[in-house]
Design a protein around this ligand. Structure first.
Ligand code: ATP
Ligand code: MG
Length: 285
């Protein structure tokens, strides 16, 4: 039987989350012995463990059908692959940083400067558009020490909290672009693989929706129900069930995580009581 071949990062910041995503999609993978390739037990999928740098190339030439990696690597490698779905983890930004005691004015600061990076293509494009001439020093890793050892005047690198920069005596002066983990796919999958990808995507989306939502339940006097209904966004209208106590109901609904606290505040104001909040594991529309 044909299998969908997925490439994920072998060991690094995206490895655990990638395996967790498969697991949440009901695809059981065991990689206890750190093999480079393994098969899922209950879905026609083969998993290849690779360096993230190599994933775009392997997905382009069909060694893998799909892959999970940071958008930053997709942009840098400029391979001919489809970006299918953002995955909501591995969030970071690509930023310019300079030694902390330097005085920074604006982007013109970088005129004629040497910048060390593992992302030369992204950086070249960026400064090209801005019409600023810089000298790019390409490094495979440990970019943050480049200024300290006199290799460059500034760096262009991945930042998430910024603590690595601070530890190396740097300050972030421009955040250029945001990145997160994405699912990419080969552009000419056959029909069987296309269908397997659709099944996988269906599960990913159900999981992502669930992650971004909360299930809430509360009690309220019947007189408050119309106002509560106007506050709750819900998938359709909320469900309303009568309580044993006369004149009271229990209201059930789904709230998006980013609106969550505003909704709770508004509900308290209209007499909702005993509000329970639960995580949603999967949500199928
Ligand atoms: P590999 O050995 O596979 O080439 P790597 O060293 O290139 O690994 P990692 O440091 O494991 O890569 O990061 C993988 C991806 O995780 C990055 O390309 C980026 O998209 C994402 N990421 C998220 N937060 C961070 C962070 N704070 N630092 C580095 N990468 C991050
Ligand atoms: Mg890498």
């Amino acid at each position: 039987m044909e299998k969908l071949k997925i490439a994920i990062q072998k060991s690094g910041r995206l490895s655990e989350k990638s395996l967790q995503l498969l697991n949440e999609c009901g695809i059981k993978v065991s990689n206890g012995d750190r093999k480079l390739r393994t098969e899922a037990r209950n879905f026609p999928m083969e998993i290849l463990f690779l360096r993230d740098d190599d994933i775009p190339q392997y997905v382009e030439n069909g060694v893998a059908d799909i892959g999970i990696l940071g958008e930053n690597e997709v942009w840098e490698k400029e391979k001919d692959v489809d970006e299918i779905e953002k995955l909501g983890f591995g969030n970071c930004r690509l930023s310019l940083a300079i030694p902390k005691d330097e005085v920074y004015t604006n982007l013109d600061y970088f005129h004629g400067k040497r910048i060390a990076t593992s992302y030369p293509k992204i950086l070249k494009k960026y400064f090209g558009v801005k019409g600023i001439d810089v000298k790019i020093e390409e490094l495979g890793g440990s970019v943050e020490i480049a200024t300290g050892i006199g290799l460059a005047d500034g760096i262009f690198d991945i930042v998430s909290t910024g603590s690595t920069l601070i530890m190396n005596g740097l300050k972030e002066v421009e955040a250029i672009i945001k990145s997160e983990a994405v699912l990419i796919a080969n552009k000419s999958l056959n029909e069987v693989k296309q269908e397997l990808l659709e099944r996988f995507l269906f599960r990913i989306r159900a999981y992502k929706r669930g992650m971004g939502s909360k299930y809430i339940v509360m009690n309220a006097p019947n007189s408050s129900i119309p106002r509560i209904c106007s506050i709750l966004p819900g998938m359709k209208s909320p469900s309303i069930l009568p309580l044993a106590e006369e004149g009271w109901s229990s209201v059930h609904s789904v709230v998006q995580e980013d609106q969550f606290w505003d909704v709770i505040d508004a509900l308290k104001d209209v007499n909702a009581q005993g509000i329970l909040v639960m995580n949603i594991e999967k949500m199928i529309l």
